[in-house]
Design a protein around this ligand. Structure first.
Ligand SMILES: [Zn+2]
Length: 496
């Protein structure tokens, strides 16, 4: 049919795109952080030598029977609760039949018409400060497939290699309602979902290891229209950036087709980040018929009210709740609370440091300021921070107690970072200490007063803010070792 292919219409212009409303829903796969796989006792781990974490069950050998992993169910229940879903008293596993080389059983064990949980939501904060609720249709459990490698081997032009270590890893699939209206909203939804999974400890959501995978359903409709447009599924968006780029491209492509008088084909597409485009993978006609039926080797999963209550009671605090508490109890600014809940590890670190310091706001200042800068320069995550949160708290308490000035503390922290030592050990070894000895300070202050008669006159004339000038001079004269509170006190006495 050479010569029959018609070129795709050009991408829509921003003016054309503005006439349409995008409608976006996400399907997210989260790998549950269990010790073993979902239906067998093989380790659920990343990075082992190919095909070493396998057994007759996950290899799908005839006669091998699956046994449901209780830890996987509990993590999936926690994930459901974190997304405000209702957990069903009874859910059913089903076989989803399809053929693929990395699926040795010839079917995936999933949940179909009776999933583990339904009717949840995730709240996102829009740039204008408004809070928008995105519906979560359902959360169901399933086993993962293996991995095919099509390149990187000497004979890759002839063969593909299959690694079945991942086969049978437990997954939670989380399906949203088509509630998102821009790639930014999709980005925010996935961010909140990921945080909820990390804070509950359900999954580390490491996208590089494939622990969090995302498909997007995208359609467009004329603004004001009720009816949804034809949706296109974009598969395997394995980074936040690609998710956003793929959706933006797809919106421009679909509006371009419609504005050129064409129709959107219902199909599955893939995103190629190298050229920033999506391309067709298969059309609706080629879509799989999975012939779902209830899994005969597993009884329905029953979740008793007592079990659900126990899991509920074990739920840790979620990121949104923690953010609110950092503002209301710790007196932090909204922005700092947001920064400090970027990961659970960071929130935990801050909270221990805040408690040890006795001054949560000062602790927030140090964690997001000097400490963050040191971590960044060293290329380290907070989990690997050489300064324990207790020791950072001690350092801050030393400032509050007048034994250290802020300036001295700024010198000491990098040394703590380098050696892992306590602040006090470094202070003693290097003779660093806030100068509070009033005899010595008095002499310095008297010298400053004598040298600045003009400022003394201003102060006595009622301009008391000049005191900051004198404190600054004293700090300079002592190279930051003077305790500013002690200096102010002496100044007030001498200047009257
Ligand atoms: Zn196994």
């Amino acid at each position: 049919m050479k010569g029959m292919a018609t070129a795709a219409p050009p991408l829509a212009t921003p003016e054309q795109i503005a006439l349409y409303e995008p409608v976006i829903g996400l399907e997210v796969h989260v790998q549950l952080g269990t010790r073993t796989k979902i239906f067998c006792a093989c380790p659920n781990e990343f990075g082992a030598a190919p095909n070493t974490n396998v057994c007759p069950v996950c290899l799908g050998l005839p006669g091998a029977l699956p046994v449901l992993n209780q830890q996987a169910v509990e993590l999936a229940m926690q994930a459901s609760l974190a997304l405000h879903c209702e957990v069903r008293g009874q859910s059913v596993f089903a076989r989803k039949n399809y053929f693929y080389p990395d699926l040795p059983k010839g079917y995936q064990i999933s949940q179909y018409d009776r999933p583990l949980a339904e009717h949840g939501w995730v709240e996102i904060e829009l740039p204008d400060g408004a809070v928008k609720r995105i519906g979560v249709t359902r959360l169901h459990m399933e086993d993962d497939a293996g991995k095919s490698t099509h390149d990187g081997y000497r004979d890759s032009s002839q063969y593909s290699y299959v690694d079945l270590n991942r086969t049978g890893s437990p997954l939670a699939e989380i399906v949203s309602e088509p509630d998102m209206r821009s790639s930014d909203e999709a980005f925010l939804y996935l961010t909140e979902l990921k945080l909820a999974m990390q804070f509950t400890g359900v999954s580390n959501c490491d996208m590089e290891k494939g622990n969090l995978r995302c498909d997007a359903n995208v359609s467009v409709r004329k603004r004001g229209a009720e009816k949804f447009g034809t949706k296109v599924e974009i598969k395997n968006l394995n980074s936040f950036r690609f998710l956003k780029q793929a959706i933006d491209f797809e919106i421009a492509r679909q509006v371009g087709v419609l504005e050129a008088g064409g129709a959107i084909a219902q199909e599955t597409r893939l995103y190629n980040p190298d050229v920033d485009e999506t391309f067709s993978m298969r059309s609706k006609e080629e879509a799989h018929d999975y012939r779902y039926f209830p899994e005969p080797d597993l009884v329905p999963l029953a979740v008793s009210g007592e079990w659900l209550a126990r899991v509920k009671a074990s739920m840790p605090e979620l990121p949104a709740g923690r953010r609110k508490r950092f503002v209301s109890e710790h007196g932090l600014r909204e922005y700092d609370a947001q920064v400090l809940t970027a990961t659970r590890a960071l929130a935990d670190y801050y909270e221990v440091a805040a408690k040890a310091s006795g001054d949560p706001r000062m602790a927030a200042h140090w964690v997001t300021g000097d400490l963050a800068a040191l971590l960044k320069a060293a290329g380290k995550e907070v989990e690997e921070c050489p300064v324990s949160p207790e020791r950072l708290g001690e350092l801050i308490a030393l400032i509050a107690g007048g034994e250290l000035t802020g300036k001295l503390a700024k010198e000491i922290l990098p040394k703590m970072f380098e050696t892992g030592e306590a602040a006090r050990a470094i202070m003693e070894r290097e003779g660093l200490k806030a100068m509070s000895d009033s005899g010595e300070l008095e002499k310095i202050v008297e010298g400053i007063i004598a040298a600045n008669p003009k400022q003394v006159e201003q102060y006595r004339a009622g301009k008391t803010s000049v005191i900051q000038f004198f404190v600054g001079q004293a700090m300079k004269a002592t190279r930051g070792q003077a305790n500013p509170a002690a200096v102010s006190e002496i100044l007030r006495q001498k200047l009257v």
